[in-house]
Ligand binder design. Structure first.
Ligand SMILES: *[C@@H]1O[C@H](CO)[C@@H](O)[C@H](O)[C@H]1NC(C)=O
Ligand SMILES: *[C@@H]1O[C@H](CO)[C@@H](O)[C@H](O)[C@H]1NC(C)=O
Length: 210
């Protein structure tokens, strides 16, 4: 009886030691949490060329919403749920013949039944400059009653992996079917830390197979 109690106690202790060793190993091997990484600031200002109608149109009605008609908006895109898909050229300056630096792909949807509010989700794919090939993912709401729109930068890819921040959107209407959106993007991205070299698994005299 007594020896069986002693056995149980020692096997409990062994299990506890194993758990402790596993916890220590996990702590050593796990990458540092993202919040602990150093981040650097990135600021970009780009111009989105939106052609809403006519030749070279870059935004189209994808889904006609079920309604009701939103009294704060003008036809034809004034129904609750109206959803527009966009494939807009992005340029370095406001002029549409300035240097092309990427495209914006995304959607916006009339999300209020009464107010001029859209839900938006779009991705900027950069095709020039130091972030060529990288993307910035942005989302939020557009409220036409607000002077400046603000969206969240919710992520990024490539050289902008792990991006976080915010973006101000300023609408510059040229005609009823041609609008330029200035995007002022403020974000931080993690600075990659070199991984510590894996230590050679040294045979320890303290660890024996039993
Ligand atoms: C480019 O912008 C000019 C005005 O700055 C405008 O007249 C022209 O239609 C625009 N071109 C396109 C393709 O939108
Ligand atoms: C951007 O990257 C692509 C793919 O690597 C390359 O083909 C293209 O020439 C680059 N563009 C610029 C402007 O550097």
């Amino acid at each position: 009886m007594a020896s069986s109690v002693a056995n149980t106690t020692s096997s409990k202790r062994r299990r506890l030691l194993l758990l402790l060793a596993a916890a220590v190993a996990l702590t050593i091997l796990a990458p540092p949490p993202v919040s602990a990484l150093r981040r650097r600031a990135v600021h970009l200002t780009v111009y989105v060329q939106e052609i809403l109608d006519g030749p070279g149109q870059t935004e189209k009605l994808l889904i006609k919403g079920p309604g009701p008609a939103n009294p704060s908006l003008w036809p034809p895109h004034n129904y609750f749920g109206d959803t527009i898909v966009m494939d807009d050229l992005v340029t370095e300056a406001v002029a549409n013949n300035s240097k092309p630096i990427g495209r914006v792909y995304g959607i916006y949807m009339t999300a209020s039944m009464t107010r001029p509010v859209y839900t938006v989700s779009f991705t900027l794919h950069l095709t020039a400059g130091p972030y060529n090939g990288s993307t910035i993912v942005m989302a939020g709401i557009d409220d036409d009653d607000m002077g400046v729109r603000e969206h969240a930068v919710v992520g990024g890819t490539g050289a902008l992996r792990g991006a976080e921040g915010y973006v101000f959107g300023i609408v510059k209407p040229f005609t009823s079917s041609y609008v330029v959106m200035e995007l002022d993007i403020y974000m931080t991205v993690p600075v990659p830390v070199p991984r510590p070299k894996a230590r050679a698994a040294a045979a320890s005299p303290l660890i024996t197979d039993q």
